[in-house]
Design a protein around this ligand. Structure first.
Ligand SMILES: [Zn+2]
Ligand SMILES: [Zn+2]
Length: 131
């Protein structure tokens, strides 16, 4: 089981599937909503993910997508899109042990920052990862 939560501890979650994807996203919306150069996500089914304490705040980040974060400390937690109803993406770095789920790819690299130089040896896709 994967366990994680926000920085301040108000929100805790669990995920009990093996992630179907793990990718580092370089899109501009991930970047703006996290104020970070890119954001690493793991993907499970919505049924496999549950909030066990606290209440995240939801925002619409595009016409089809919802993101959640902690209203107290701001930690980004999840992403869901109406285009992919069988998936929820969760921020790898909100896990208690982020090393449990290393990213297997980079996505939307074509939108990424020029000063981010990748040297981790994993594949970088210009747009969404085809996995
Ligand atoms: Zn918090
Ligand atoms: Zn993104």
């Amino acid at each position: 089981m994967l366990k994680g939560g926000c920085f301040c501890g108000a929100i805790r979650y669990e995920a009990d599937d093996t992630p179907t994807q793990a990718t580092a996203c370089h899109c501009s919306i991930c970047r703006r909503t996290s104020a970070a150069p890119f954001v690493a996500w793991f993907t499970v089914t919505p049924e496999a993910f549950r909030i066990v304490s606290g209440q995240p705040t939801r925002i619409s980040s595009s016409e089809h997508a919802t993101r959640t974060f902690c209203p107290a400390c701001g930690t980004p937690l999840s992403f869901q899109s109406a285009r992919y109803p069988d998936e929820i993406d969760v921020t790898i770095c909100s896990l208690d042990v982020p090393e449990q789920v290393p990213p297997r790819s980079h996505t939307w690299r074509a939108s990424g920052l020029g000063w981010v130089k990748l040297a981790d040896g994993i594949r970088a896709y210009p747009e969404k990862c085809p996995e």
